[in-house]
Write a protein that binds this ligand. Structure first.
Ligand SMILES: NC(=O)c1ccc[n+]([C@@H]2O[C@H](COP(=O)([O-])OP(=O)(O)OC[C@H]3O[C@@H](n4cnc5c(N)ncnc54)[C@H](OP(=O)(O)O)[C@@H]3O)[C@@H](O)[C@H]2O)c1
Length: 430
């Protein structure tokens, strides 16, 4: 590394890798001014050397041998934008062992293997930066670790999956059904051919595990996150929510409470006036509450070539600054505590419940009795006739323990007058 110049290697040249190349070449002069040194991409690892990448980089930069990057003494920063954990974890571990700073956009790897990678980064005095791994272009990791470091964070609530936010926005605006909206999202490239990770909430759960670990300085693993996706949300739920002045969003919710950390991803009714209710389409937002700063919200594009590359390139610049000052690896893992994770059954929530029932006298009374018996008190009730014999009842509860709610529903499910518990959705943000 010369004082005026840093060489970096990219692992991967897909959507994000190309974006990094474009920013570093397009904004190279301002990058140089800001960090005090130029940054050049020396080598790029790909699988297929012959692929047309729609961008003229010159064939000499590409390689299929990872050693050309992670073992090259002239390369000081390795930028991992290939994704997955296999063989990525091995490549990144070897780069850190060789003392290279690593920038990654890989939520899967950080959520599942963050601890071991941080240990390697500390042992080898190398930075490990991962701003783009949560909410793409939105600055959130660095604000939590640095700008809000003086706060005790009480909650982080985020719309952190663009695909499902797009789908729920369409369902809300157009009254469309889940399956139609999914097909449309796939046609537009917003949802993958196999949409499981998005619609079942797993993608959001990985990001929430990362956010919660940073916010509460205690490692939250994927297994600590309760996950429910959006596949059961129907046009009827959206319409009832609207009537009750709520919007349905897939939220990642992490809270620090007196009896432990809550980490959950599930569809949620939030009041129309809540700032997250206005976050639509593929946009992401993260609402953070700190004891000193109060409420804050970070909003922007959670994916895409240039937004994601914006976060990756800023990390490259930070890693470069640390190298130029000879302080890489100083700010690394911030999980210095071990806090208990709260059992889902012990969480307190309000609930929206939609029931299909026989339309006859006394039905509501028997349902109210079952709820009352489990200390579930009701805040509002809507009743709609569906045909001559049946009706739909929509209830919203006051705050109740999850376990009490599940026990009450178990009884209600078996009442002769109840045809079906059609849906249960948690309510937040009031
Ligand atoms: N795309 C987004 O908007 C976005 C947003 C936030 C975070 N991220 C994260 O950023 C990372 C990259 O995403 P992406 O969308 O840019 O992926 P992508 O378009 O699929 O590109 C992956 C690149 O990695 C290369 N690659 C994959 N496996 C490889 C292997 N075993 N050996 C060598 N090269 C390999 C591919 O080479 P070939 O080109 O030769 O196939 C390709 O160039 C992922 O971790 C993703 O979760 C992406």
């Amino acid at each position: 590394m010369s004082a005026e110049h840093l060489q970096i290697g990219l692992l991967g040249f897909g959507t994000v890798g190309r974006g990094v190349y474009r920013i570093l070449t397009g904004n190279g002069e301002s990058v140089k001014q800001k960090i005090g040194a130029g940054v050049t991409i020396k080598k790029i690892l790909v699988r297929n050397m012959d692929k047309d990448r729609g961008i003229d980089v010159g064939p000499a930069k590409f390689t299929t041998r990872v050693e050309d990057i992670i073992d090259d003494p002239e390369i000081s920063i390795v930028v991992e934008v290939m994704g997955g954990t296999e063989p990525t974890l091995d490549y990144v571990s070897r780069a850190l062992q060789n003392g290279k700073s690593v920038v990654t956009a890989n939520k899967d790897m950080i959520a599942a293997h963050g601890k071991q990678l941080f240990e390697l980064s500390e042992a080898n005095n190398a930075d490990l930066l991962f701003e783009a791994s949560v909410a793409g272009g939105i600055p959130i990791i660095r604000p939590l670790k640095q700008c809000l470091a003086a706060n005790r964070i009480s909650q982080v609530i985020g719309i952190i999956n663009g695909t499902t936010n797009y789908m729920l926005t369409k369902m809300t605006e157009e009254g469309s059904d889940f399956d139609d909206v999914l097909r449309e999202a796939q046609a537009k490239g917003y949802a993958e051919a196999d949409p499981t990770a998005d619609i079942e909430g797993y993608d959001a759960a990985r990001k929430l595990a990362i956010l919660a670990s940073i916010a509460f300085n205690s490692r939250i693993g994927l297994d600590d996150v309760y996950v429910e996706g959006i596949t059961r949300i129907t046009a009827a739920d959206i319409a009832y929510a609207k009537e009750l002045n709520y919007t349905i969003k897939l939220l990642g919710i992490a809270k620090e409470t007196a009896d432990g950390i809550e980490a959950r991803v599930h569809p949620t009714l939030i009041p129309h006036h809540h700032p997250l209710a206005a976050v639509n389409d593929v946009y992401n937002a993260i609402f953070v509450t700190g004891d000193a700063v109060g409420d804050t919200m970070f909003y922007g594009q959670g994916a895409g070539e240039l937004p994601t590359a914006s976060a990756v390139t800023a990390d490259i610049m930070d890693a470069a600054r640390d190298l130029l000052r000879s302080v890489p690896g100083i700010i690394s893992c911030t999980c210095y505590e071990e806090k208990p994770v709260k059992d889902m059954g012990a969480t307190l929530c309000k609930y929206y419940i939609r029931l299909n029932v026989a339309d006859r006298p006394g039905v509501l009374a028997s349902i109210a009795y079952a709820f009352g018996d489990k200390e579930v008190s009701l805040a509002s009730v809507l009743q709609k006739q569906t045909d001559t014999k049946n009706a739909e009842i929509v209830l919203v509860t006051h705050l109740v323990r999850e376990q009490n709610m599940q026990e009450a529903l178990e009884i209600i499910k078996h009442l002769s007058s109840v045809n079906e518990v059609s849906n249960i959705i948690r309510v937040e943000g009031e």
